[in-house]
Design a protein around this ligand. Structure first.
Ligand SMILES: *Cc1c(COP(=O)(O)O)cnc(C)c1O
Length: 369
């Protein structure tokens, strides 16, 4: 046992935390970081300046607690999402990870279950464990898709209290049909299940991909989770949010810490939302780079999954770890998500994407077969 683990084990840690490792992809010092699906395009200068001004103004009032209800931000987020939503339908926290944690604090907990469909976002089981919610994992089929029938059967069998569907799914990249969401919701009626659709990557979806926001009217157990970490290039600011029936926000008010969204966070998010146009223009370029990756990998005989996100999951690798390592040696860090034969890469800038494609092409052609 490591000294660190021994030290930790002397403490009266909760049983379900014993032996756990903290979550986190390696943060290595590499020139080209394509491993955690960040927005590789950074903030446009106009947005940077707008945030600096807004934060400066907010700093003058930091002796006071922030608006606990972050009403201005909820209004701005509802306008951004459209779909007839208003501030009442919106809730936000420090990253969508905190939003998901609050949902589990309110609707999960001891004796309750969170159902999901791996391979999917690796934070779901950790958030379940942290809230003492039982995590029920129903694996996807060999092609990583899930059908409405399979989802409905799993929801019914688990009598799930909370179901989380990730669309577009991380790490596979593909969006779900709304029929899958509808099936989960209907099957969840018997157990009064909360159904979360995690749309962290929604802005990167191909044109015409419908959002679960369209399903919200009349479905009070449905939650659509979004984030400013990806399309809005604000991973460092920690702003996630959801759209749902107003009573969902009321439930989360029972578990949120008072003043959980700092005045600096609120000012930053508001300034970015005022410049949504400039930020979404970068999203279009990222989608172009994403499509270059899909095409380039297919040309190499690899098997990229269809991607509606800012990353590409690809198979057909005999030795993914060797490819990961080979790319790292050329200064490109991608993600080994631990799925046999597969790797995941985030779409970079044009130059970063070229470096990745050149690197993997060289590795594939030098491969001893
Ligand atoms: C990146 C990501 C998030 C975003 O998390 P934040 O806490 O908002 O940064 C949420 N869900 C999925 C599936 C993600 O990949």
């Amino acid at each position: 046992m490591s000294e660190q683990l021994e030290r930790l084990n002397r403490l009266p840690l909760r049983g379900n935390l014993r032996g756990l490792e903290p979550y986190g992809a390696p943060q290595l010092d590499v020139p080209i970081l394509l491993n955690v699906n960040e927005n590789t395009h950074g903030l446009p200068e106009t947005v940077h300046q707008a945030i600096v001004s807004a934060v400066s103004a907010a700093a003058a009032g930091l002796n006071r607690y922030p608006d606990r209800e972050f009403t201005e931000l909820r209004t701005a987020l509802s306008r951004y999402l459209e779909h007839g939503l208003t501030a009442e339908n919106i809730w936000a926290a420090n990253g969508s990870n905190e939003v998901l944690q609050q949902i589990l604090q309110a609707f999960g907990g001891p004796g309750r279950t969170l159902l999901s469909f791996p391979p999917t976002y690796s934070m779901y089981p950790l958030l379940a464990s942290g809230t003492d919610t039982e995590y029920v994992a129903v694996p996807r089929g060999a092609d990583f898709t899930i059908s409405p029938e399979a989802v409905a059967a799993a929801v019914a069998e688990a009598a799930a209290n909370v179901v989380v569907l990730c669309s577009p799914n991380n790490p596979t990249g593909t969006a779900l049909g709304l029929d899958v969401v509808e099936a989960a919701y209907e099957a969840g009626e018997a157990s009064n299940a909360i159904v979360i659709v995690d749309e962290a990557y929604a802005e990167f979806a191909h044109a015409g991909t419908p959002s679960a926001l369209t399903l919200l009217p009349g479905r009070e157990r449905l939650i659509v989770s979004r984030t400013m970490s990806k399309a809005f290039a604000l991973a460092g600011a920690r702003v996630g949010y959801l759209a749902a029936a107003p009573q969902i926000a009321d439930a989360l008010r029972l578990v949120r810490l008072p003043y959980h969204l700092s005045a600096i966070t609120q000012a930053t998010a508001l300034a970015a939302l005022e410049h949504a146009g400039a930020l979404l223009a970068n999203v279009e370029d990222i989608k172009t780079q994403r499509d270059r990756i899909v095409d380039g990998l297919a040309e190499l005989g690899l098997k990229p999954a269809p991607s509606d996100s800012n990353f590409v999951f690809f198979g057909g690798l005999d030795d993914p770890h060797a490819v990961w390592q080979g790319l790292l040696e050329t200064g490109v860090l991608i993600r080994d998500v631990g799925i046999p034969g597969h790797l995941r890469v985030t779409a970079g800038t044009e130059a970063e994407t070229t470096a990745f494609l050149d690197g993997i092409k060289a590795l594939m052609s030098s491969r001893v077969s």
